[in-house]
Design a protein around this ligand. Structure first.
Ligand SMILES: Cc1cc2nc3c(=O)[nH]c(=O)nc-3n(C[C@H](O)[C@H](O)[C@H](O)COP(=O)(O)O)c2cc1C
Length: 321
């Protein structure tokens, strides 16, 4: 497949796997990139750990010679600058920035030879990232896992608005898990898609089998947005822990209690030990489309084949056939 995004990145499938802290480690990143899409290393977990970060980047490179990205959560402040220095020293060529305006960072990233793909949840924010010099942007609809933003406009509506407004190559994310979703995004005018939740349910993702079982069992309605009362909206799997957090929030609990219940510092325990009672798990509505745990290469291959089949259906409909 070929779009402005694949041309910009030198890849062959217009699919980017979004950075996922603890989940998207070297095995997943390398497998996605090796399949022709763009893998993204979740680097937040290595903030401050120079040797760990370098070893992880080296592990990706040992497994694939293809391009890959590294996620830089810009809200980390000084640690974001620290990460950028490390990535520059390691010769990383693509970053997925998110969480704050990339404007203060784009110059330094470009000086270090990196392409900037900035991810945001509102059309006005991706437009401002474009003005700041981002090489590509990703617009996330409200269906997305992680931080879908305060407005949570659906991908279908956001995507149409973005298509009319953006000049740089752009991806649509949030709710996309298969080839029909990829075809729909391309039909809207996107240059590709960004996918998180679906890649968490692949064999190379660094998650416990119990988490995979929960993702397969969950329906599209089994997510909940929490932490909106403290301005940090997060879409997570509706586990008992997440429901208790939502109830505490509705009862007016203070920010400190909410963050404690959220259990950010225990995310690794949730993911790697499968202890879904220890904290919450970022999860998008597309979890309802997860029915198995394929390899990343199988998933990417299916997405391409199914997108082509969808394009054939569109062409037949358009031709009145
Ligand atoms: C388990 C998990 C962890 C995530 N961690 C991060 C992260 O560390 N940084 C980030 O920018 N986005 C993170 N995300 C969000 C994804 O990169 C991506 O934006 C989102 O999943 C796309 O929506 P989708 O889940 O509907 O495909 C995470 C998502 C999941 C499912």
């Amino acid at each position: 497949m070929r779009t402005r995004f694949t041309d910009l990145l030198g890849i062959s499938v217009p699919v980017m796997q979004g950075g996922m802290s603890s989940v998207a480690r070297a095995p997943l990143v390398a497998a996605v990139s090796e399949a022709g899409a763009l893998g993204t290393l979740g680097a937040a977990v290595f903030a401050g750990d120079e040797a760990g970060l370098r070893a992880e980047i080296d592990a990706v490179r040992a497994a694939t010679a293809r391009p890959f990205a590294v996620n830089v959560p810009l809200f980390l402040g000084d640690l974001a600058w620290w990460l950028i220095e490390q990535l520059a020293a390691a010769g990383v060529t693509v970053v997925e920035t998110a969480g704050r305006s990339p404007a203060p960072f784009v110059g330094a990233l470009h000086d270090a030879g990196m392409l900037v793909v900035h991810k945001a949840t509102r059309v006005r924010d991706v437009l401002s990232a474009q003005r700041a010099g981002a090489d590509a942007v990703c617009l996330l609809g409200g269906e997305a896992a992680g931080h879908p933003g305060p407005e949570q406009v659906s991908s279908l509506v956001s995507g149409r608005l973005a298509a009319d407004a953006l000049d740089v190559p752009w991806l649509l994310g949030g709710g996309i898990a298969d080839g029909a979703g990829l075809a729909a995004a391309l039909a809207l005018g996107a240059d590709g898609v960004l996918v998180g939740t679906r890649f968490a349910a692949t064999r190379e993702a660094s998650v416990h089998p119990a988490v995979h079982d929960r993702l397969i069992a969950a329906s599209a309605a089994d997510t909940v947005v929490v932490l909106g009362s403290v301005g940090d909206h997060a879409r997570v799997l509706a586990t008992d822990r997440a429901r208790e957090l939502a109830a505490a929030e509705a009862a007016g609990a203070a920010a400190a209690e909410l963050h404690e219940r959220y259990g950010d510092h225990l995310f690794r325990t949730v993911v790697t030990e499968g202890d879904l009672g220890a904290g919450v798990l970022a999860c998008g509505q597309s979890v309802g489309l997860v029915g198995d745990v394929p390899t990343a290469a199988e998933l990417v291959g299916r997405m391409v084949a199914d997108a082509r089949a969808a394009a054939t259906r569109l062409a037949a409909a358009a031709a009145g056939a």
